[in-house]
Design a protein around this ligand. Structure first.
Ligand code: ATP
Ligand code: MG
Length: 352
């Protein structure tokens, strides 16, 4: 028979030592007071080597340097965005590599301590990435089928109708008129199918890269809409990972569509900067701004449609930093910063 723990403290220690989540307590200066053994598997530190260090060693550098400031502000103002809520962030392993985590922080009222529970999200994010990639492959397949089967068949029918209409010329006016209408209807459907095909497919993105695909999309938008859409590109460094470019592309499209649909803007500016260390994508309109009923809760936008939710999700999956800012005076600005692996940290945040 296993022995039962004789004190509450022992029982708690036993529970903590079997947990796969990391549980850390830190004082108000961020000094680690206690940590359970799960820290070694997740972050590569032995508990004893972490105790006494500042908790910021577990954070990407850019965030770590700002962390002392957050703590000081929290202690002064009592307001902290992360306390009492869960948040998805990027953490730093002892060997320096960055990985996605979920962190929930609470404050112990009876002691001057914070408790953080940290869960590894690497597998989930990997699965999300794979699911998105599979869905893109499937979209491309449907697009090809539509193009090669339906699109070409409809085009063939349109041409046959045109020939018959010509042959009937001068014979039966009524029938000729009906055929002309039919042929116009078919032509319209062919062009609708074409639009659906190009909406689904990302062949250009795969073959020519992000700038080229965005350029084609922006041109298309300028053909149909009253707002002027401009695209400025700097640098041209292919994303090392197709998932990155496809997600940035879809983020840009949704943001542009939103600006066209909702903003009443006269100008939509898209900017793409591809550098060695990062890719910066900004979509900015001079419209009326996001409606006030869109709020931030737990660091996330709520009351959104699918579009803004997907933008968040896509940025999260590639580990990009998303900043959405908006006002009635200046319009809406969506910035997505993707740091190339091993270079800089990324966090998800919004300011509205
Ligand atoms: N650039 C913008 N300017 C003004 N309002 C915007 C802008 N982008 C989004 N919105 C507002 O935010 C709401 C949510 O946008 P979201 O893209 O999530 O959904 P949607 O565009 O309404 O529908 P869909 O799910 O088809 O994208 C919109 O209904 C609109 O009111
Ligand atoms: Mg939308």
């Amino acid at each position: 028979m296993p022995s039962t723990p004789d004190t509450d403290g022992e029982e708690l220690q036993a529970i903590l030592s079997t947990m796969s989540d990391v549980v850390i307590t830190a004082d108000y200066h961020g000094t680690v007071m206690r940590v359970n053994p799960a820290i070694e598997k997740l972050f590569g530190y032995l508990p004893a080597t972490l105790i006494g260090q500042n908790i910021s060693v577990l954070m990407p550098e850019a965030y770590a340097s700002a962390h002392d400031g957050y703590m000081a502000r929290y202690l002064q103002s009592g307001v902290a965005r992360i306390i009492g809520t869960g948040r998805e962030l990027v953490a730093r392993h002892r060997d320096g590599h960055l990985f996605p985590i979920h962190i929930a922080v609470s404050k112990l009222e009876q002691y001057p301590l914070f408790v953080a529970v940290i869960r590894d999200m690497s597998e989930l994010v990997k699965l999300e990435k794979e699911a998105l990639l599979i869905s893109e492959i499937e979209r491309n397949r449907i697009s090809r089928e539509l193009h090669d089967e339906l699109g070409q068949n409809l085009l063939g029918l349109t041409m046959q109708l045109q020939v018959i209409t010509k042959q009937l010329a001068g014979n039966d006016n009524q029938l000729q008129l009906q055929l002309q209408n039919l042929s116009r209807g078919l032509a319209q459907n062919v062009s609708n199918i074409r639009a659906i095909i190009s909406e689904l497919a990302t062949v250009e993105l795969e073959e020519q890269g992000l700038q080229s695909a965005l350029n084609t999309f922006v041109k298309l938008c300028n053909n149909y809409n009253k707002a002027k859409v401009t695209l400025t590109c700097e640098g041209q460094k292919p994303a090392e990972d197709y998932t990155v470019s496809i997600n940035l592309y879809r983020i840009a499209r949704e943001a542009i569509y939103n600006a066209l649909k909702h903003a009443d803007a006269s100008q939509i500016e898209v900017s793409l900067k591809e550098q060695d260390t990062r890719i910066e994508l900004i979509i900015k309109d001079n419209g009326k701004g996001l409606p006030p009923e869109l709020n931030v809760r737990d660091g996330r936008l709520i009351n959104t449609g699918h579009g803004l939710r997907n933008i968040h999700f896509r940025a999260h999956v590639i580990g990009a930093q998303l900043t959405i800012s908006s006002s009635a005076a200046t319009g809406t600005r969506i910035e997505c910063l993707y740091n190339r692996p091993g270079v800089k940290p990324s966090l998800i945040r919004e300011n509205i």
